[in-house]
Design a protein around this ligand. Structure first.
Ligand code: NAP
Length: 251
């Protein structure tokens, strides 16, 4: 009997998991993407794109496609999708695993300041960057609106697709997609005479070079804390552990 697995994706870990599982005898794997990135990196195997229509929509989708297990491998900051997966799993009884890579670890020579939310980061930024300060903003194109109004600061905003207004008056956009290298990040930060780096605590290897570059340049980093993992749902932080869970629940 074929078992069916849904991977909620959009991360390197989700692609890694699909890569490991696609082609296993007796297992059908569907990866789901939000459909926001114009040219997404596609996982191996079957892919569907677009929102499900909230928790009820996801629950209906799970029933309709007779899904046996779900791995939520979305980004640690994809709060709504994770909440939706938790609710749909509770409603349908389909087992759910959250695969979330670990957050970054501060080194002794790092100058990190923490913000609970993007909004708090925006409130802290003028004090940290100073008048006319130059900020490297790496929190994603949809976060720019939160920083709109900080018109005394200059922003280098990096994103995969172009951001849309509102955004700070002095914003220079650079479009690119990781992974990044330390020499590349150093060159970018030096070229734009960056004073402060702002990042989410996304974790992972793909975008860690900016932290090493900030360390080398002695720059402060404003780190937005990740939302807490959901209560009462099994949580793993490696693809390996997720593969084992799938073996037990949909193998
Ligand atoms: P979000 O705020 O939690 O999600 C908003 C809505 O988008 C969800 O309610 C859902 O719509 C839809 N959605 C999100 N992820 C989906 C998925 N994998 N498959 C189908 N629908 C999905 O999420 P987000 O922060 O916008 O992230 C969107 C996607 O980008 C996720 O796949 C995430 O892994 C990836 N990503 C996010 C970040 C980040 O910093 N947030 C960074 C890198 C990659 P419905 O309610 O209609 O189902």
């Amino acid at each position: 009997m074929t078992r069916r697995l849904l991977i909620l994706g959009g991360t390197a870990e989700a692609r890694g998991l699909a890569e490991r599982l696609v082609g296993r005898p007796g297992l059908r794997v569907v990866s789901s993407l939000a459909g926001r990135v114009a040219d997404p990196r596609l996982p191996a195997g079957e892919v569907r794109e677009g929102g499900f229509g909230g928790p009820a929509g996801l629950a209906a989708w799970l029933r309709e496609h007779r899904i046996d297990a779900v791995v939520d491998a979305t980004h640690p900051f994809a709060r709504r999708m994770t909440a939706s997966a938790v609710a749909a799993s509770a409603e349908t009884g389909v087992p759910l695993l959250v695969l979330r890579r670990p957050g970054w670890r501060r080194r002794p020579d790092d100058d990190w300041r923490w913000a609970a939310t993007l909004e708090e980061a925006a409130a802290l930024l003028p004090g940290l960057a100073g008048d006319g300060g130059r900020v490297f903003l790496t929190t994603g194109r949809r976060s720019l609106a939160v920083f709109a109004g900080l018109d005394d600061l200059w922003f280098l905003a990096r994103s995969v697709d172009p951001p849309e207004p509102p955004m700070p008056r002095h914003t220079h956009v650079v479009l690119s997609r990781g992974p990044y290298t330390v020499p590349g990040e150093l060159a970018l930060m030096r070229e734009h005479r960056i004073d402060v780096l702002v990042t989410k605590d996304s974790g992972g290897e793909m975008t860690t070079a900016k932290l090493a570059a900030a360390r080398e340049l002695g720059l402060p980093v404003l780190v937005v804390r990740r939302p807490p993992a959901p209560d009462g749902v099994p949580l793993v932080d490696t693809v390996e552990a997720a593969v084992a869970w799938v073996g037990a629940h949909a193998g």
